[in-house]
Design a protein around this ligand. Structure first.
Ligand SMILES: [Cu+2]
Length: 184
C-alpha cells in the first residue's frame, strides 16, 4: 500500500514537472478556462488508502510562504490559489483540506494529461509533506480551486487556512495578483 502511494506521488511529480513549459498556457487556462473546465469529482488517492504518517513524536511545524490567488476571470466565481509549504520541524504532515474566508468551497486540484493530450484538472487527495520536502502549489500543477468567493481583484488580500492532519489549521493570507511573489 505504501509502495503504491509513493509510486503515485512519483508519477504526479513527473507529470507536473513535464508541464513547466506550459506555464504561459496555464496562465491563460486559469484566467479564461478554469471555470468552464470539467471538474472530475474523483480523487487520485482515496483517503481510506492513506498510509499512516511516519511519527518521531515531534509535532510538525509547517511553514507556508508565497500564498497568492488569481483575480477572478470576468463573470466567473471560480479562481485558483497557490502557496509553498515546507516542513520546518517534525517528521511528516499531510495537507488534507483548505478553506478560504467567504468561499463556498475549496478543493485540492492537480493537472493530468488526458488521452487527447489536453490538460485536465481533477480533485486530488491529501498531500503528504515529509521532512525536507516542499509542497508547491503553483500554476501548471497543484492548485487550490476556490468556488463561490465574491470576485477579488489585484491588490486584495484573502484570509484562509490550510488544514493539516497533525499541525491543524495554518492561517494563510493570500495576496491577489496576476502572478505569484516568486514568479519571474
Ligand atoms: Cu482546478
Amino acid at each position: 500500500m505504501r509502495f503504491a502511494l509513493i509510486l503515485t506521488s512519483a508519477l504526479m511529480l513527473t507529470a507536473c514537472g513535464g508541464h513547466d513549459d506550459h506555464a504561459a498556457m496555464e496562465g491563460e487556462h486559469a484566467a479564461m478556462d478554469h471555470g468552464a473546465m470539467a471538474h472530475d469529482a474523483g480523487h487520485d488517492g482515496g483517503e481510506a488508502e492513506l498510509a499512516p504518517l511516519p511519527d518521531d513524536g515531534v509535532m510538525p511545524v509547517v511553514d507556508v510562504t508565497a500564498a497568492w490567488m488569481r483575480p477572478h476571470p470576468q463573470g466567473r466565481d471560480v479562481t485558483a490559489a497557490y502557496f509553498t509549504a515546507r516542513l520546518a520541524g517534525g517528521s511528516a504532515d499531510r495537507l488534507v483540506a483548505a478553506r478560504i474566508e467567504g468561499a463556498a468551497s475549496v478543493e485540492l486540484h492537480g493537472h493530468t494529461m488526458n488521452d487527447q493530450g489536453m490538460m485536465q484538472m481533477r480533485a486530488v487527495g491529501p498531500q503528504t509533506l515529509e521532512a525536507g520536502d516542499t509542497l508547491v502549489f503553483a500554476p501548471g500543477g497543484l492548485h487550490l480551486m476556490v468556488f463561490g468567493l465574491a470576485p477579488v481583484v489585484d491588490g486584495d488580500t484573502v484570509e484562509g487556512v490550510l488544514v493539516f492532519e497533525r499541525s491543524g489549521e495554518i492561517p494563510v493570507r493570500f495576496a491577489v495578483g496576476l502572478s505569484g511573489p516568486s514568479a519571474d
